[in-house]
Design a protein around this ligand. Sequence first.
Ligand SMILES: Cc1ncc(C[n+]2csc(CCOP(=O)(O)OP(=O)(O)O)c2C)c(N)n1
Ligand SMILES: [Mg+2]
Length: 184
Amino acid sequence: MLRFDATKLVLTHAGNSPIVGNLGPTTDELWHAGHRDRNFYTYGNMGLCSSIALGMAVSTDEKVISLDGDGSLLMNLGAIATIGRERPRNLVVVVWDNEQWGQTGHQDSHTAKGTDLEQVAQSCSIPNTATVRDLESLDDVMQKAMTEDGPWFIVAKIEEQGYMPVSPIEPEMTLYRFRNSFSE
Ligand SMILES: Cc1ncc(C[n+]2csc(CCOP(=O)(O)OP(=O)(O)O)c2C)c(N)n1
Ligand SMILES: [Mg+2]
């Protein structure tokens, strides 16, 4: 499953829900798949994507989607424990798991060596978890995640592909645009 195809699929389920994108190609592909005011792109901040999404989820009743990365989440595994502790019903975490720190040289991450992030989430009391390997399964679980209470923690095994052009790096604009989208 290519991350770009999977990103486009997530967008078909997202409606107007906020989506937080992990740094690098995840954010770039989200921008190319469908730039929208409710996309919150992150730049440089490894390990904080799902923490930012958690903060959003406890501040709104809308579903909030985090598109995280395996290597980034591994830097901040405590985020999973905090999600399990707070258990916001509206949070949907999707981890794009290519089993690599892809963008810094394709080094194997821990998930290539036996770490199972779904099991970590389960052991942190996150009630709804899945690991998916194809678009059909991702489609099914996103359907549930967007309509049933969470939190949801979905590990999506994806393949590396050529990188797309970098999306515009405008952190201040991103924040301004994203915040304003809640007052419309
Ligand atoms: C605190 C910190 N350490 C290291 C980096 C350098 N860095 C940027 S992206 C990245 C790898 C991210 O891996 P993952 O989240 O799995 O995304 P992928 O590249 O596989 O899409 C690293 C090590 C960083 N940005 N911040
Ligand atoms: Mg990765």
